[in-house]
Ligand binder design. Structure first.
Ligand SMILES: Cc1cc2nc3c(=O)[nH]c(=O)nc-3n(C[C@H](O)[C@H](O)[C@H](O)COP(=O)(O)OP(=O)(O)OC[C@H]3O[C@@H](n4cnc5c(N)ncnc54)[C@H](O)[C@@H]3O)c2cc1C
Length: 388
């Protein structure tokens, strides 16, 4: 009897021709177009606007958007490859592409009406950057305790409140904003709104000066009676909590990919360095103590990559992936944290200097354990499923 299951099962890291080509294209782009500016952008805490334009030109901003709207009609797995390759060079570049694809395009694709998709997707795949705004000054992990309110004014909604820590806030033109339409209903009052940057009553507040992903813009959003048309509610009123949870479930796969990329970038830099740096009359790569660390790091990266790829492939097959995505995000961010720290140490004192790449990878890795749900929140999601 033929074992069709085994025959159709693929090694997770075996890429199709299309995936391989896509990965190679993004790698080439990252190496030639992004890498020369990474240090300068990190120092200036400012991402070059022309690189965002190039993301659009290269087709990186509509990876899963259907072709009829100008997208590539691809998979989350392709998004993972793009995010990983960009993060290998610059985690800030990766997060622009990540938030736009895995959060904003994703939510619009799943919950948008045909009219909303026709209104925004052609622009989201060509020039309009997206941002996802859930967090507030007083609500992070406890996201559904958000205080931004949405009042029904009959002809339109009026949003009032503040959003905090919003990635892409500096440049985005479209913001997916969560507000409560009925606090008496608790989290079941939360509703998602598509808010354009030039809507009356909307403004972008202060920009954070951060430890890592410094070139990525992270801003406050201010809503002062912001007028939002009725046609800009995403999904049903009161279902915003579901949209947020389900979107973030997928988003975590992207953060996992970002963390693998950061860890790979750091390990590659350290591997090159230990071959060149001589102490006690030989390259430090010849010391077994150093080799063991390289072996450990490569193994941990491979384990987290398998988890991220598996979560993506499950999602692309339409299978449950929530547990796997939470585990992948948890592990890959821990691995990136450990790997970048060890790599910095392998550079010795030079690792501590901004002249070398190790310290930036180390700073950039830290965010993985915080955004899109802290490590504790991933553990709590995973534990709930274990205990079920
Ligand atoms: C650079 C950056 C970019 C971001 N981008 C975005 C964005 O684009 N959109 C957006 O909406 N948000 C964004 N965020 C916000 C991010 O998602 C939150 O910072 C994160 O969810 C944690 O919330 P908090 O900062 O309020 O920390 P808190 O929730 O106050 O947590 C503080 C600590 O307490 C722990 N903790 C809290 N509750 C529990 C519990 N029940 N059990 C155990 N431990 C607990 C946490 O794990 C953490 O260690 C961004 C944040 C940063 C730093």
């Amino acid at each position: 009897m033929t074992d069709t299951t085994a025959a159709s099962a693929q090694p997770l890291t075996l890429l199709s021709e299309e995936e391989e080509l896509f990965r190679a294209t993004v790698r080439e782009f990252a190496e030639t177009e992004v890498k020369p500016y990474v240090h300068e952008m990190d120092e200036a805490a400012k991402f070059r606007p022309e690189l965002i334009r190039k993301f659009f030109e290269l087709g990186l901003m509509g990876i899963e958007v259907p072709e009829q709207y100008g997208g590539a009609g691809g998979t989350i797995f392709l998004s993972v490859l793009a995010i990983e390759e960009l993060a290998r060079v610059d985690a800030s570049a990766a997060i622009y592409v990540d938030v736009h694809n895995t959060l904003v395009n994703n939510a619009l694709g799943r919950w948008g009406t045909d009219e909303q998709k026709a209104r925004y997707f052609p622009r989201m795949t060509s020039e309009l950057l997206g941002a996802f705004a859930l967090s507030e000054p007083a609500s992070g992990s406890d996201a559904f305790a958000l205080e931004t309110r949405a009042d029904d004014k009959g002809t339109h909604w009026e949003l009032t409140g503040r959003k905090f820590w919003i990635t892409n806030g500096g440049e985005a033109g479209l913001f997916l904003i969560f507000a409560n339409t009925d606090f008496a209903k608790g989290y079941k009052g939360i509703t998602a709104f598509l808010v354009e940057r030039d809507f009356a009553g909307f403004s972008v507040g202060k920009r954070e000066n951060k430890l890592g992903i410094r070139a990525s813009s992270t801003t406050e959003l201010i809503l002062e009676g912001c007028r939002v048309p009725k046609t800009s509610v995403l999904g049903p009123v009161g279902q915003g909590y579901k949209i947020a949870i389900e979107t973030l479930n997928e988003g975590r796969i992207g953060i996992g990919a970002q963390m693998i990329g950061v860890a790979v970038g750091a390990l590659e830099a350290a591997t090159q360095y230990v071959k060149e740096r001589k102490q006690f009359g030989k390259a430090i790569a010849e010391f077994q103590g150093v080799q063991f660390q390289l072996g450990q790091m490569a193994t941990e990266i491979e384990a987290s990559r398998l988890m991220v790829y598996n979560a993506a492939r499950l999602k692309d097959r339409g299978l449950p992936f929530q547990r796997e995505a939470a585990m992948a995000k948890l592990l890959s961010s821990q691995v990136a944290d450990r790997t970048t720290s060890r790599c910095l140490e392998l550079f010795g004192g030079y690792g501590y200097s901004k002249e070398y790449p190790a310290e930036k990878f180390y700073r950039d890795a830290k965010i993985g354990t915080i955004y899109e749900g802290t490590s504790n929140m991933q553990l709590s999601t995973i534990a709930k499923m274990v205990l079920k």
